[in-house]
Design a protein around this ligand. Structure first.
Ligand code: SF4
Length: 74
């Protein structure tokens, strides 16, 4: 499992992550910012543990994020 953190305070709700990797990210309906889907969420909306098969998808989202607020191991 890989630890992933979204710095939700910096999210501008562009939608890139939940469009490109809906297996891990979703739009939180309360504040329209990105969050981890419930299945993988750990502790709070912006933190999760990802299985190895989702690493590439998550890394792609981290690279696409215009404000670079998705943090995943390289
Ligand atoms: S790609 Fe970045 S700015 Fe866009 S919704 Fe996801 S976390 Fe927010």
């Amino acid at each position: 499992m890989v630890k992933v953190v979204i710095d939700r305070d910096g999210c501008i709700s562009c939608g890139a992550c939940w469009t490109s990797c809906p297996e891990f990210f979703r739009e939180n309906i309360e504040d329209n910012r990105s969050s981890v889907i419930e299945k993988y969420m750990e502790g709070n909306l912006g933190e999760g543990e990802a299985p190895p098969e989702l690493e590439d998808c998550i890394k792609g989202s981290a690279e696409q994020c215009p404000v670079q607020v998705i943090h995943a191991p390289p």
